[in-house]
Design a protein around this ligand. Sequence first.
Ligand SMILES: NC(=O)c1ccc[n+]([C@@H]2O[C@H](COP(=O)([O-])OP(=O)(O)OC[C@H]3O[C@@H](n4cnc5c(N)ncnc54)[C@H](O)[C@@H]3O)[C@@H](O)[C@H]2O)c1
Length: 343
Amino acid sequence: MHKAFAGRKSVLVTGGCGFIAANLLRRLQDLGGYRVRAFDNESLGRREHIAGLGAEFVKGDIRDAKALDAALEGVDTVVHLAAHTRVLESIDEPQHNFEINAGGTLQVLEAMRRAGVRRLINASTGGAILGEAEPPIHEGMLPRPISPYGASKLAAEAYCSAYCGSFGIRTLSLRFANVYGERSSHKGSAVAAFIKRVLAGQPVTIFGDGSQVRDFVFAADLCDGIVAGINSDVTGVIQLGSGVPVSINQLLDELARVAAPTPVRRTCVAFREGEVRSTYCDISRARAELGFEPRTSLAEGLARTWRWFAAHDAPAVERPEPLRSRNPPLAGADADFSRLAIG
Ligand SMILES: NC(=O)c1ccc[n+]([C@@H]2O[C@H](COP(=O)([O-])OP(=O)(O)OC[C@H]3O[C@@H](n4cnc5c(N)ncnc54)[C@H](O)[C@@H]3O)[C@@H](O)[C@H]2O)c1
């Protein structure tokens, strides 16, 4: 049995070994005043990623109601980051993506209802939910996802809204832009993929001509927004990003400055279906309701990320195992309740 947390805000972070979680755990540790339990099935993140960040680790799957019940004991706030995050893999396996992102979020909400936990910060996404919308994107736009990933995250948002309306759970869905930063060596997103290729002496692959625009937000800045969410009572949907449009070509020019004298070579291939061509976000609501203010310039954020990757001998390529072996179906699998205090 888990002991109830006493005296401090107690936060369960699902997907607690992932990239954003590791940055959030560091921020919460630095701030003090939080007891943090990280919950993860280690399908992608590993407990080693969060070693030394002051969190208790519980291994479990968000599709497993019993594991969630145990993990929620003594908790007053949930930050729900666990997800199947890869857009292209969601196109290959939409059902699997749905089970984790929509079904898993419903399980988290149900477990919170059973446990009487009243606050949820749900990790969502702007670009993938809204699809091909005219940027800057904002919370008032009509969602029109063009990938199963976007659809599953929209469904998750809908359940969060429903559990707020029907059961009084104060849910806030934060729509993250493209997050980059330290502790992202397992990610396939643009900045992490580019840095891994450059460090391996390989050319970076650009899908399209590099003119497509994204909103790159530094993980430490994003985590300030999540912490503001934890400490507020705001509900609904809020877009979190840098608010600054940056093309892939601009990003690579900046990376070339940071990486010098290591060369950044480029190769262009066809654009990928299911991905939004250009997006960046309007962060007015985040500023007004959460006091959110991204502080890190692209140059500084990229330099910090580059230094982290270089110092941590990041792998040049992603893990080779197929997706399903990394996030297996629950049926027949034993839930692992093993716990490890990582301090
Ligand atoms: N990184 C970004 O740019 C970005 C952008 C928009 C939204 N988001 C959202 O933010 C959240 C965190 O993203 P991230 O970049 O840290 O991803 P990540 O892949 O690094 O972390 C996700 C974690 O969830 C765990 N996980 C996956 N399936 C699970 C399951 N069934 N049960 C328990 N744990 C499970 C993985 O092992 C991993 O550690 C996700 O919900 C993602 O959709 C991220």
